[in-house]
Design a protein around this ligand. Structure first.
Ligand SMILES: [Zn+2]
Length: 319
């Protein structure tokens, strides 16, 4: 048992319950929305989030891990407001999300121009984990960064190293957005292993975007926690592939290293809202309504489902 900070206050890890390991509440571009506010009505969006999260709770999910960090529009006061009006636990994160360059804020701070200056990023992450985010009093429970098709750029590596440093200092677990089609998890491993990070503390997000079970087995053998966390994003991998990959990983003995989620959000401003109609399954309820029944059809037991929804997320977030 461990104390886990959430947006609604600290809870015992035993109270996490059934957990989806990667769901956003909002993925937004605050600067754009502030200047072109026609898409964003604060009250409407907050109400909508409360309704969607309450429906998820009613579907049997007790907790979401929300990896919305700098670059994805993190704003914790709004999440606190929502958490106070829904029973679901929202566990928040710290970190920086980019596929290529650091946000301009960081560009000329830290180890630049060959000067041996400390990177302020790690200290910011550590403060979020140990003291709280801004003046909310809400602490981040895990770290998040990303690597995508662009690979290990200098700035992607800089963020990964800052995340690893904050992890080593605080014990907070790490989640890395990856692109398994280009086996970016192996590049992540190279950096993290060199820094002495224990792979069991690291979730490789979006592992379920591939049906390459051999590649995922290689990562699991190294100890990584695999995020089968984009159920409903059928454009990257169809439902059947996502289900089949999980079933095969269980057959190969990796049950204890699988976490489930949708990578969904109540509102995401990265696409025209009408485009979201192309991904009708990309919502918080797809796993409860469609994926778990199909797991059962494929012979996955209730005990195995509990391992993926209860035991595995709990062990990872306990750090
Ligand atoms: Zn995400």
């Amino acid at each position: 048992m461990a104390e886990i900070p959430t947006a609604g206050g600290t809870i015992d890890s035993g109270a996490l319950g059934r957990t989806l390991i990667h769901e956003h509440v909002f993925v937004i571009s605050p600067e754009v929305l502030q200047n072109y506010p026609e898409e964003w009505d604060e009250q409407t969006r907050v109400r909508d989030a409360i309704d969607k999260l309450s429906a998820l709770k009613a579907a049997g999910i007790d907790t979401i891990f929300d990896p919305t960090v700098i670059g994805l529009g993190r704003y914790i006061p709004r999440i606190v407001e929502i958490a106070q009006q829904t029973e679901i636990n929202i566990v928040v994160a710290t970190g920086v999300y980019t596929y290529d360059s650091v946000p301009k804020f960081f560009r000329l701070r830290g180890p630049i121009l060959g000067m041996d200056l400390p990177d302020p990023m790690a200290d910011m992450f550590i403060r979020d984990i140990t003291q709280g985010i801004a003046d909310t009093g809400i602490r981040a429970a895990f770290l998040k960064c990303a690597i995508d098709e662009e690979g290990m750029t200098n700035d992607v590596e800089r963020i990964l190293r800052a995340v690893a440093k904050a992890h080593l200092e605080t014990g907070a677990p790490v989640m890395v957005h990856t692109h398994p089609g280009t086996k970016r998890g192996l590049e992540v491993h190279k950096v993290l292993a060199g820094m002495g990070v224990d792979p069991t503390k690291v979730c490789l997000a979006h592992s379920g975007d591939t049906g390459d079970v051999d590649h995922l087995s290689e990562l699991a053998d190294l100890g990584y926690f695999l995020g089968m966390d984009r159920f409903g994003v059928d454009v990257y991998a169809p439902f059947e592939t996502r289900v089949d990959t999980v079933v095969k990983l269980i057959e190969r003995g990796y049950l204890a290293q699988i976490g489930l989620a949708h990578d969904a959000s109540c509102y995401l401003d990265w696409v025209e809202q009408s485009m979201l109609a192309m991904t009708p399954n990309w919502n918080y309820l797809h796993i409860s309504n469609d994926v778990l029944p199909e797991f059962r059809n494929r012979g996955v037991t209730e005990e195995q489902i509990d391992t993926m929804l209860l035991a595995n997320p709990k062990r990872w977030i306990e750090g």
